[in-house]
Design a binder for this molecule. Structure first.
Ligand SMILES: NC(=O)c1ccc[n+]([C@@H]2O[C@H](COP(=O)([O-])OP(=O)(O)OC[C@H]3O[C@@H](n4cnc5c(N)ncnc54)[C@H](O)[C@@H]3O)[C@@H](O)[C@H]2O)c1
Length: 313
């Protein structure tokens, strides 16, 4: 089976590509995409945007692609609050483009969505979508287009909704790498609101393995929730990281993220095995400690340093 992995130079996408042989990766290399994430990996890299119909079609035809697995997206909720437009372009128009090409070329499309589409509600795969942020609204919109293409055109597409991922190569604007890096520098960690928002964490290599299984055996038109099964509040995870690092964490409570979901709680129709949060965090902390050259060039990024809505948005 020939795979085209869109967004395969990002955090979860590159972990997925590592599980494959001889795949094609198409990625726009936005601020979050890094070609070095694919160093030593058996794949062919094409720089390009999923909104570019002609390019994606050419890559599909030239490589005789059978299945597209789409990770490409704008992914940071904070950025979506400051500027929603790129989220609409990549996460909605980009996905419709991939659906259209899948329809024309008779491909399977596996679309990676998120638990955030349900908002802060307990949710199985049939629960209504109640997104809270521009990010989750864009992801929910894409999911609706996927289901519409299955129903109207019979496209062989399905949706996977993982919970919060963590692990090596996550851009340091996100909570766990941000906490590790800022604690290494003895800098305070900005904590939104009371810090008691609960997230359900899954280690990225577990996600990649589970997605591979679903790509191979999943059913057309189905939705697959992948909860990590390790729910913990933001403030607790920050203190856990401090204790793994053997350092005191400095916490700075700041104005809460507008629209901030209090929790995510997905119920899956299939149960998956995942490693414990303590084991996953240890592996993650070790990776960031040992790979400073990966994250040091990213430190100037304002989302690693600042709390965007404190300046207005
Ligand atoms: N990280 C999480 O906790 C999490 C949880 C659930 C679901 N997801 C979903 O999983 C997917 C991957 O997330 P991630 O954390 O690896 O994201 P990421 O931000 O690390 O990577 C996204 C990748 O997509 C690329 N990209 C963005 N827009 C593109 C476009 N228009 N065309 C081509 N490439 C483009 C970027 O260059 C980057 O390589 C996303 O769809 C996200 O919504 C993420």
């Amino acid at each position: 089976m020939k795979f085209l992995v869109t967004g395969g130079a990002g955090f979860i996408g590159s972990a997925f590509v590592r599980q494959l042989k001889d795949s094609i990766v198409l990625d726009a290399l936005t601020y979050a995409g890094r070609e070095e994430n694919l160093r030593g990996v058996d794949c062919t890299f094409v720089k390009g945007n999923i909104t570019d119909y002609e390019l994606v079609k050419k890559v599909v035809e030239e490589n005789k692609v059978d299945v597209i697995v789409n990770f490409a997206a704008e992914t940071h909720v904070d950025r979506s609050i400051v500027n929603p437009r790129p989220f609409l372009e990549s996460n909605v128009f980009g996905v419709v483009n991939l659906l259209q090409i899948s329809k024309e070329k008779n491909l399977r499309l596996v679309h990676i969505s998120t638990d955030e589409v349900y908002g802060d509600n307990e949710a199985d795969e049939n629960s209504p979508l109640r997104p809270s942020s521009p990010y989750s609204a864009s992801k929910a919109s894409a999911d609706m287009f996927v289901m519409a293409y299955v129903r109207t055109y019979g496209v062989d597409a399905l949706i996977i909704r993982p919970s919060n991922n963590y692990g090596p190569r996550q851009f340091p604007e996100k909570l766990i790498p941000k906490t590790i890096i800022r604690t290494l520098f003895d800098k305070p960690i900005p904590v939104y609101g009371d810090g008691k928002q609960v997230r359900d964490w899954i280690y990225v290599e577990d996600t990649a393995r589970i997605i591979k299984g679903i790509v191979e055996n999943g059913e057309k038109g189905k939705i697959y929730n992948i909860p990590g099964g390790h729910s913990i509040s933001n403030i607790e995870i920050i203190y856990k990281i401090g204790s793994i690092l053997g350092k005191e964490v400095k916490v700075k409570f700041v104005k809460d993220r507008p629209g901030h979901d209090r929790f995510y709680k997905m119920k899956p129709s299939i149960k998956y095995d995942t490693i414990s949060i303590d084991e996953g965090l240890k592996r993650t902390v070790d990776w960031y400690r040992e790979n400073r050259e990966w994250w040091e060039p990213l430190l100037g990024d304002s989302f690693v340093e600042e709390v965007p809505w404190e300046k207005g948005y």
